[in-house]
Design a protein around this ligand. Structure first.
Ligand SMILES: Cc1ncc(COP(=O)(O)O)c(C=O)c1O
Length: 364
């Protein structure tokens, strides 16, 4: 689609060749393609959300709190409770999904951006959209980051914003915290930032990089309520970083970017975070069971610390297997890695439906 722009349209030449983000949103029975939590919110939480939203309706003629003070206080308290850090609202920023957090970081800071690929496709795409050069460093054959990748990235002095996604999307692999602090130290020495995208941290066995921020103020940790929190439709992402970083981001934020409805809903979800996170344990167990089932089918499974699994080792091409599954009503993700596909962990029935469709398709 991107090559057919009409002549009269003054589209930026550096955007003309790009394609917009476009994970298929199809009306099929089993949707395991965008790493959402498969369980809907409990009825009790839905009721609490209705009352918290009802409370702000009367003031909907007014702009919302543009600094989202109460929400950021709630986030800071819950982050302090769950991590070895004591922070207040000055250390936290909230936005419409972590994609907006990523965009704000890329808008606020200079220099090229760098990432370890394959990884989350929006890091390079948003970088290019804001006019930045993107530098890609390849992960190793198991999609992990080791000393080689750390040294290569530290040596790319043009890059002022380095992304590590851990657990990584689409591979599920985590990066050890010792490597993250080693890279942060080297980047700090040359005035560069390390953005740790922890969209899937709640599913991981690894410690969060949040506890490193006080030692390395160039670490920015991006989180989301779209995955573990089962809150993708509400759009809430947040950033934990040194207060100076948070202040710099204010320079690029749009006025009143976070609606009063979103702020109220997010505060209620945070107040109920323990109940919401009960599903995380279930999903981790299902992930581990699904990994065993895939290995039993003779497939190759990459070690996952997230709520999805990347697998390969099937005979057909990724595209053929993706389509065979779709014909059976199961939508998973072709992430552009030939010979591999990614499946999100769903409910017990969805996982079963996926396995049944996969067995039939692999058998051919
Ligand atoms: C690694 C990673 N970061 C960020 C996001 C964006 O999530 P959201 O904008 O819903 O917070 C995603 C979504 O899939 C992701 O996989």
């Amino acid at each position: 689609m991107s090559t057919n722009w009409p002549k009269w349209l003054p589209i930026r030449s550096d955007l003309a060749g790009l394609s917009p983000y476009g994970a298929p949103q199809l009306d099929v029975e089993v949707r395991l393609n965008t790493n959402e939590n498969p369980y809907s919110l409990s009825e009790a939480l839905q009721e609490s959300l209705k009352s918290s939203i009802a409370e702000v309706l009367e003031d909907l003629n007014r702009y919302p709190d543009r600094d989202a003070i109460s929400l950021r206080e709630d986030l800071a308290n819950s982050i302090s409770r769950e991590n070895e850090i004591k922070i207040d609202k000055e250390w936290v920023w909230a936005a419409n999904g972590s994609n907006e957090i990523i965009q704000s970081i890329l808008l606020a800071f200079e220099g090229a951006a760098l990432g370890f690929e394959p990884s989350y496709s929006m890091h390079p795409l948003i970088s290019k959209v804001v006019g930045k050069k993107w530098i890609a460093i390849s992960r190793d054959e198991n999609y992990e980051i080791g000393e080689n990748q750390i040294s290569a990235s530290a040596g790319q002095t043009e890059a002022k914003i380095v992304f590590i996604t851990t657990p990584n999307n689409p591979t599920g692999t985590s990066t050890p915290i010792a490597l993250i602090s080693a890279l942060a130290e080297r980047l700090m020495a040359r005035g560069a930032l390390l953005v740790v995208d922890e969209a899937y941290a709640e599913f991981s066995s690894q410690p969060s990089a949040i506890s490193l921020i006080k030692d390395f103020p160039n670490i920015l940790v991006s989180r989301t309520m779209s995955k573990a929190f089962a809150f993708a439709g509400a759009r809430l992402g947040y950033l934990i970083a040194d207060p100076k970083v948070i202040s710099a981001i204010q320079l690029v934020r749009l006025p009143y970017h976070l609606s009063a409805l979103t702020q109220a809903a997010a505060r209620t979800a945070i107040a109920n975070r323990d109940a919401l996170k009960l599903d995380v344990k279930r999903l981790i167990e299902s992930r581990n069971e699904l990994a065993v089932a895939l290995v039993d089918m003779g497939l190759k499974v990459y070690s996952s610390d997230a709520n999805f699994i990347l697998f390969g080792g099937f005979k057909s091409s990724s595209g053929e297997l993706f389509r065979a599954l779709l014909e059976k009503g199961v939508l998973i993700r072709d992430v552009g890695l030939e010979g591999k596909l990614r499946v999100t962990i769903g409910s017990a029935q969805e996982n079963q439906a996926f396995l049944t469709a996969l067995r039939e398709s692999v058998r051919g």
